[in-house]
Design a protein around this ligand. Sequence first.
Ligand code: TYD
Length: 210
Amino acid sequence: MGGLVALEGPDGSGKSTQLCLLREVLEGRQLDVVWTREPGGTVIGEQIRTVLHDLANDAMLPITEALLYSAARAQHVAEVIRPALARGALVITDRYAASTLAYQGYGHGLDIDMLRQITVLVTGGVIPDLTIYLDLPAERGLERKLVDRSAGQGEWNRMDQQALVFHRAVRAGYLEMAQAETERWLVLDADDTMQAIHQQIMARIEPLLT
Ligand code: TYD
């Protein structure tokens, strides 16, 4: 048994809920499963996460973001993922390299090939056996704002429009990556019921447990 599974999906896609459900099921069995996340998963990675998430750092360039996420990933692979895979564990990570390609590449427009090269450098070629993408229309994340707007409350400004364009590009990126590697990706409709999504995830993870 063993392998690397990455869970990807936007805010509001139910990613955390699915991780919880998965954890409940897998912890009931005698299995070596490592639960981790990006950015983070290591002491240095968590420090990098603080810099990335600090609202005061609004001058951060996309390339700086890409390099910081990648630096955190290098630590994550070396300290957590590679040793766990070497002993035959199943590693389940909340986000992995596809996030950098989707957000910094497709979203912010950084060169995808350059990002792929950086990814190979920091991961040493460790790629997920399975990437699960919980797919949600970009509008959903901005839904509340849209509701306010149609009710004549709040305003729809240039930033919101930019956010929508950005999240649409991120989503298109995920779908393109999934399309290019269907055997390594599982795209699920985040609008499905919690249980239906969970069952589809379990069906794909089960073979990695034996
Ligand atoms: P987080 O608070 O972990 O929330 P969630 O994963 O539930 O969305 O935020 C992670 C954010 O970082 C998320 O907006 C995606 C972004 N991100 C990137 O832009 N590039 C990356 O390489 C990674 C790992 C994350």
